[in-house]
Design a protein around this ligand. Sequence first.
Ligand SMILES: Cc1cc2nc3c(=O)[nH]c(=O)nc-3n(C[C@H](O)[C@H](O)[C@H](O)COP(=O)(O)OP(=O)(O)OC[C@H]3O[C@@H](n4cnc5c(N)ncnc54)[C@H](O)[C@@H]3O)c2cc1C
Length: 222
Amino acid sequence: MPAGSYREFRHEYPFSWLGILANVAPSSEELIYAYHERGFALHSLRSNAVSRLYIQVDNDDKIEAWPDERIWEELSIRLGTEGWSLQHGPIFEKSITPMRSFMIDNMQHGRLFLAGDAAHIVPPTGGKGLNLAVADIRWLAQALIHFYDTQQNKLLDQYSSNCLRRIWRAQDFSNFMTRLFHKQAEHGSYENLLQKAKFDYIGTSRAQATTIAENYVGLKHI
Ligand SMILES: Cc1cc2nc3c(=O)[nH]c(=O)nc-3n(C[C@H](O)[C@H](O)[C@H](O)COP(=O)(O)OP(=O)(O)OC[C@H]3O[C@@H](n4cnc5c(N)ncnc54)[C@H](O)[C@@H]3O)c2cc1C
């Protein structure tokens, strides 16, 4: 992309995710997002026999400082709740991923069209990265079909602006989820209690719960 044909936006968060893949059946059928005073934790699944789990760590944390037993212990503390226990198993992959947001506001130049992570990165908290890549390609496929059917450039010319509506929405939602779920201030501080008020609001307001559900699994109209 020629310099000057786009603007670039970047945001780095002051924490990372330590993620593991383990040969153990998921401990729940559902994803579990946990806010804990020691930091965020996420229980997710790949298959009936493979679990995918994450914990919030510092940006300067090293994977060597996290032997398997320490990871399971930390996951059990952060995800722990009465009447439920986390199943442990052999870890076959572990890595640390920094949380960051990135995008450019023009995804095409002449016959070059960018899609997916090449044009935008979101922190994985909102589960939007792959979905955004597929949504870009949906617009591009329609535009290419239209071009070859009609010899008209109209949809190809609108490619960036059509994609950007959803990308900005996903950027905002991913940022919202990342700030909501990660430990950013000491337990009991003003910022921490504001964060708790946000959780309480989700639990008591159907409107707020619907907003989150719409952004997480919906957005059909964008
Ligand atoms: C820890 C983590 C968790 C995530 N969780 C989720 C989630 O729950 N939900 C979700 O929707 N998204 C999630 N994502 C994001 C998702 O993985 C990406 O947004 C998605 O894979 C982007 O797809 P892509 O095709 O644009 O890029 P990629 O999947 O990166 O594909 C690009 C491909 O191009 C290849 N390549 C690179 N350079 C060259 C070259 N020079 N020549 C040929 N090939 C090349 C690469 O090897 C790669 O295969 C997560 C990401 C991370 C890091």
